[in-house]
Design a protein around this ligand. Structure first.
Ligand code: PGA
Length: 257
């Protein structure tokens, strides 16, 4: 973390978990635990259908609500899809784009990710863009080339003045939902590389101000060490964001003075 230059953001990614009723119950349990969060922003990204319930349940808190996906077209004959304008109109602030599960199961490739990033920014949403390598790619030694391609393609055509709305999440695939976390050094090494890529694209001032999260089995026990790294500006948290006590522990780790 480096709070002098950029925001620390702890974001939950609920994936396909919790009903609207369970969302309300989660909020009631989390709220009393949350009072200390003043040094970091807290976001919870929920399934589309839970967005109204989440917005209502967290209305009087510092928690902002995000979506987990968005379509890249404004409107039209795209059965089952949701546009950025629809999310914005509800009161959503963030949207996860290019999560590895979307890339793997729904073919969200880098070009689609780029289109979604533009759709989100144009509608006034803040994209959380996920990048990360598979275990095979890490073992082949191509992690940095892959990250370079993913980041550059995702950001193609995004002007510098919009970069203050963009969050990047480094999520190595081998760490997502596996209980196997990247070491703090591995996380920082890639996050630092992402900042270098952004510096080359946009200059030092923009690079310094972009929040770059780590995601992949971040939990109550390892959060403090990961967040202590200079280029790890928060977390995108799946499993541990579903339990109020675990999620609060991570927020508290980001909240150390
Ligand atoms: P995990 O998921 O924390 O359960 O590993 C992270 C993510 O997929 O964003």
């Amino acid at each position: 973390m480096n709070r002098r230059y950029r925001k620390t953001i702890i974001a939950g990614n609920w994936k396909m978990n919790k009903t609207a009723t369970e969302t309300k119950a989660f909020a009631e349990e989390l709220k009393p635990l949350m009072s200390r969060a003043k040094w970091c922003d807290v976001v919870i990204c929920v399934p589309f259908v839970n967005i109204p319930a989440a917005l209502k349940a967290f209305k009087d808190t510092r928690i902002t609500i995000g979506a987990e996906n968005v379509h890249f077209e404004d409107h039209g004959a795209y059965t089952g899809e949701v546009s950025a304008a629809m999310l914005k109109d509800l009161g959503v602030k963030y949207v996860i784009i290019g999560h590895s599960e979307r890339r793997q199961y729904w073919n969200d490739n880098d070009i689609i990710v780029n289109k979604k990033v533009h759709a989100a920014i144009d509608a006034g949403l803040y994209p959380i863009i996920c990048v990360g390598e598979s275990l095979e790619q890490r073992e082949l030694g191509v992690t940095m080339e892959l990250i370079d391609l993913q980041v550059k393609t995702a950001l193609a055509g995004v002007p510098a003045e919009k970069m203050r709305h963009v969050v990047i999440a480094y999520e190595p695939l081998w760490a997502i939902g596996t209980g196997r976390t990247a070491t703090a050094e591995q996380a920082n090494e890639v996050n630092e590389e992402i900042r270098i890529i952004i510096r080359k694209l946009y200059g030092a001032r923009v690079a310094r101000s972009v929040t770059i999260q780590y995601g992949g089995s971040m939990n109550a026990n390892n959060a403090q060490e990961l967040l202590a790294q200079p280029d790890v500006d928060g977390g995108l948290i799946g499993g541990a964001s579903l339990k109020p006590a675990d999620f609060t522990a991570i927020i508290n780790a980001a909240n150390q003075e």
